[in-house]
Design a binder for this molecule. Structure first.
Ligand code: ZN
Length: 131
């Protein structure tokens, strides 16, 4: 599949994925969590953003299942999810290991890193194992 190309702005996120840590930007002035990577805070326009670690745990906020891929290289069906992370930010990803009919809003999920190349590890999500 086509892989992301890190930019100077997004590289800390991709480096974190490769190292097994989900990272998100946080505004030093108003503490807002910012994702996708931005040059300034969407809440207060401060440029004082720092990278912080997320737990990688969250719940399914919304989802859809794709049956007709945008490009034939994508195997269908697959489920695209918006995950609400524990820290309160949202992230778009894919949910793995769950049949489309079994996906539920509010289900507990955790990040599931998959190395795709030397540079790119994709942060998918899977249902959280009971603990
Ligand atoms: Zn801010």
């Amino acid at each position: 599949i086509p892989l992301p190309r890190p930019t100077a702005l997004s590289r800390p996120h991709w480096d974190g994925c490769r190292e097994g840590t989900l990272r998100v930007q946080r505004c030093r002035d108003c503490q807002t969590l910012v994702f996708i990577p931005q040059p300034c805070c969407g809440n207060c326009l401060s440029e004082r953003l720092e990278w912080v670690d997320s737990s990688g745990r969250g719940t399914i906020y919304s989802y859809t299942t794709v049956y007709r891929p945008q490009q034939p290289v994508f195997e269908t069906p697959y489920t695209v999810v918006i995950v609400e992370l524990e820290e309160g930010w949202h992230m778009l990803s894919n949910l793995l290991g769950v049949a489309p009919d079994d996906v539920r809003i509010g289900a507990e999920v955790e990040v599931d890193f998959h190395a795709m190349s030397d540079e790119i590890t994709l942060p998918y999500f899977k249902l959280r194992s009971a603990s």
